[in-house]
Design a protein around this ligand. Sequence first.
Ligand code: MG
Length: 252
Amino acid sequence: MVLLKSTREIELMRVANSIVAEILDAMCQKVAPGVTTLELDGLGLEMCRKYKVAPAFKGYRGFPFALCASVNEQVVHGFPSKRPLVEGDILSMDFGVLHKGFYGDAAVTVAVGRVDEKIARLLEVTRESLYAGIEMARLGNRLSDVGHAVQAVVEKAGFSVVRKFVGHGIGKSLHEEPQIPNYGDPGKGIRLKAGMTLAIEPMVNMGGHEVDILEDGWTAVTRDRSLSAHFEHTIAITPNGPDILSQRGGRQ
Ligand code: MG
């Protein structure tokens, strides 16, 4: 069942999600050659204490860290590590918090120092595909219109959309119905309604769409070891269109 949220609940989710946005922003500013993703995880924990929120991923189904840090061919759910980032890496950071009973969840991929043009394009296209999906999250549209819009942007650029992982409803649980694939034909699935809160999160590979899970049971990597990018926003569907809750500065 897809749970609809009241205006009050959406405002609580805006707070949770804008805290996520600020934490991700602080991490982005810290990313540089020589920095470790374990340090970024530490920054996330420190900021959770400052904002008096709980890190949503730490302990979730046994995930051992607050931050999902996925480098290069890692798609999602990478473990923060002591390996220093090097110039030319790309790093996906996915972070979530729990605040007053509601979850926030967002992700961003950044380049470490300079990367070549095709890699920069992968990041740009993935981000664009997220906004194309969000744009379709409107009253009266159907769920698959979102994923169809994502897929169209990605494939036009010559990249591929990961099938194995999908976006999701979010609220009092980190993962609620519906599941939101980032691909598919338009006009299918449930009709979108005001009060739905969705985490839309395209994962885009430079090569093929297939992924494997490493022996740690979590880290997803591209099967062909091509690079992968991931962007995510939590949004609310309102009568006036999609409202991006995980935008920086969303809190008064
Ligand atoms: Mg998510």
